[in-house]
Design a protein around this ligand. Structure first.
Ligand SMILES: [Zn+2]
Length: 247
């Protein structure tokens, strides 16, 4: 889970429209929030991912649901209140169900900084606070086959790429030519791209890569050899913001 920034309220959700849709929901129970004027800006603000688990929501098999932070059954007046809506996958939305976030608060990534409440160990989140612990349990953030395994598979790929990067560094060290330098930079760029907010499961990947001593050592030798270009520094800085404490 990463911190998200809510876009300003869509013009579609005027006061009159909110009133109209809320009344319609109360009388018909229809999904009045299922509208692209609502869904598209939500999806854009979460980089096309679930706001809770960071799984991609753009594939056919994993479409987005509009999640009501304060659940729609007990808070009918908030069914189309912009600040109450989040883009979510079907699984997280289903797990959270009618959980009461007022009685037992969970992380709202548009309001809270997830790093303050979550740490990570072996591809699994741990709660640093009660809010973090509640979030893990309520949204099932450590579902083994769906989430822990997905994070692990990316972690494995990242680990292999770090080895490849070291091999490319050795080649550069021998040849000192532009071609081997570019090949090294490109593999590092690929690694850091996986740690950007737009990447799936980015909090997990950024935490794993950017705290890996093998990667940290490589960054040091690249800097010492003048290979650490501005583009890499920029990607590194954005990725570093997502890193969780390791426990
Ligand atoms: Zn999810």
């Amino acid at each position: 889970m990463i911190k998200l920034i809510r876009e300003s309220k869509p013009t579609y959700l005027s006061d009159e429209k909110v009133l109209e849709l809320t009344e319609k929901f109360k009388s018909t129970k229809s999904s009045v929030w299922n509208n692209n004027h609502i869904k598209i800006p939500l999806l854009r603000s979460s980089y096309g991912k679930c706001a809770y688990c960071e799984c991609p929501l753009t594939s056919e098999s994993n479409y987005m649901e509009v999640e009501h932070f304060e659940d729609k059954n007990h808070n009918e007046d908030k069914v189309v209140i912009w600040e109450n809506l989040l883009p979510s996958c079907k699984k997280c939305n289903g797990s959270k169900g009618t959980h009461n976030v007022i009685q037992e608060p969970i992380i709202n990534p548009y309001v809270d900084e997830p790093k303050d409440h979550l740490s990570m160990r072996l591809y699994r989140f741990r709660g640093k606070t009660d809010k973090g612990k509640n979030t893990i349990e309520v949204t099932n953030l450590n579902h083994r086959s769906r989430l822990v395994l997905s994070r692990f598979e990316i972690g494995e790929k990242i680990d292999e790429l770090v080895d490849i990067a070291w091999e490319r560094y050795s080649i550069f060290h021998e040849k000192r030519d532009t071609r081997s330098k570019n090949k090294l930079i490109s593999v590092i760029e690929g690694l850091l791209e996986e740690c950007q907010p737009k990447s799936n499961y980015s909090a997990s990947t950024a935490t794993n890569l950017l705290t890996d001593s093998k990667f940290i050592d490589l960054v040091s030798v690249m800097k010492a050899n003048g290979l650490w270009v501005d583009e890499l520094e920029c990607l590194m800085n954005t990725g570093s913001i997502l890193v969780l404490d390791c426990t």
